[in-house]
Design a binder for this molecule. Structure first.
Ligand SMILES: Cc1cc2nc3c(=O)[nH]c(=O)nc-3n(C[C@H](O)[C@H](O)[C@H](O)COP(=O)(O)OP(=O)(O)OC[C@H]3O[C@@H](n4cnc5c(N)ncnc54)[C@H](O)[C@@H]3O)c2cc1C
Length: 285
């Protein structure tokens, strides 16, 4: 949802046309009838992606880990890697208890990337994200159709009705997140002033929610300047494959990037078209 002239809306409309995606375009009247929980402003439109869905991240991670073990993976739970050192034709991984050598490694430590690899030649900016949950004042939020949503402007935000049918989750976009600082010392306390922007969003665009949140959580994410992730070998160490800086969009892409990571670690190359995110020849952005 958002102004039709907004660049992100233009991109959405262009992609729909190019790829013939199953969608509907709804104006303010249509939205008021079908999704009365959202307020559109003059000049706004909404695009409904009929094939969109949502992912349960905790279940996804645990299912993937279990499947990996079934296929022969060894998982060292609660075991931080302290150092990664290329040695000869291999790579040494050091933990508090042990050091082990492997032919190749894939590093996917999310917001801890600068911690584990302090000499990285690219910037990954670690930001602190707040998610807030609000209870609806009407049944509209939990009707038969419950799409996740993005509003592009004036405040870029996203959210979705929780699958448990209790509340609506709301999050903000990159420009509104403050730097996280040391990822091991993340400030998980949300100050009342940090809610102002959420409260204004509710007032203007989501008035069918109680303005006092029932749950707040603080997270971290790593952003690159271009928002393109870093995928590929570290300079001078072809057998250390890095995947980092997913800039708020890594989860939905993880099965595809998992395949790419395995290709790069085993063969040094991937048949997927990933040059646009490659670390090879990449400048700071
Ligand atoms: C609030 C929020 C909302 C988001 N919403 C979306 C969304 O709607 N869609 C989407 O696609 N993406 C979304 N993302 C982004 C997505 O979650 C990330 O891009 C993605 O999880 C990155 O995957 P990753 O495997 O690189 O890192 P992570 O998922 O962060 O995983 C890194 C793992 O490495 C572990 N680790 C760290 N250091 C070490 C170490 N030294 N040794 C061993 N293990 C270590 C950590 O404990 C963690 O388990 C969201 C992120 C946040 C925070």
């Amino acid at each position: 949802m958002g102004p039709t002239e907004h660049q992100q809306m233009a991109t959405v409309l262009q992609s729909i046309a190019e790829h013939d995606l199953d969608h509907e375009i709804l104006d303010a009247d249509a939205m008021a009838k079908r999704f009365p929980q959202y307020r559109l402003e003059d000049g706004d439109a909404a695009v409904l992606d009929r094939r969109a869905g949502f992912i349960r991240p905790e279940l996804t991670v645990q299912t993937a880990a279990r499947r990996a073990e079934q296929l022969g993976a060894r998982i060292h739970r609660y075991t931080p890697v302290r150092e990664i050192t290329p040695v000869g034709n291999g790579v040494e991984i050091r933990t508090d208890d042990d050091a082990e050598r492997f032919d190749a490694v894939v590093v996917t430590v999310g917001p801890w990337v600068n911690d584990l690899l302090p000499d990285l030649p690219w910037e990954v900016d670690i930001r602190r994200l707040i998610s807030a949950w609000y209870v609806p004042t009407t049944d509209a939020w939990f009707g038969e159709e419950r799409p996740a949503f993005i509003r592009t402007s004036p405040t870029h935000c996203y959210g979705l009705p929780s699958p448990d049918g209790v509340s609506v989750k709301l999050g903000l976009s990159r420009a509104l997140h403050r730097p996280a600082g040391d990822p091991n010392e993340l400030d998980r306390t949300v100050q009342p002033g940090e809610l102002d922007i959420f409260t204004e969003l509710l007032r203007r665009h989501l008035p069918e929610l109680h303005p006092d949140p029932t749950r707040l959580s603080v997270y971290m994410e790593g952003y690159t300047e271009s928002s393109r992730p870093l995928v590929g070998p570290l300079p001078g160490a072809d057998n250390v494959v890095l995947l980092a800086g997913f800039s708020g969009h890594g989860f939905k892409l993880s099965p595809a990037f998992g395949d790419v990571a395995a290709d790069l670690a085993l063969d040094g190359t991937s048949s997927q078209p990933v040059d646009f995110v490659s670390t090879v020849g990449r400048t700071a952005a």
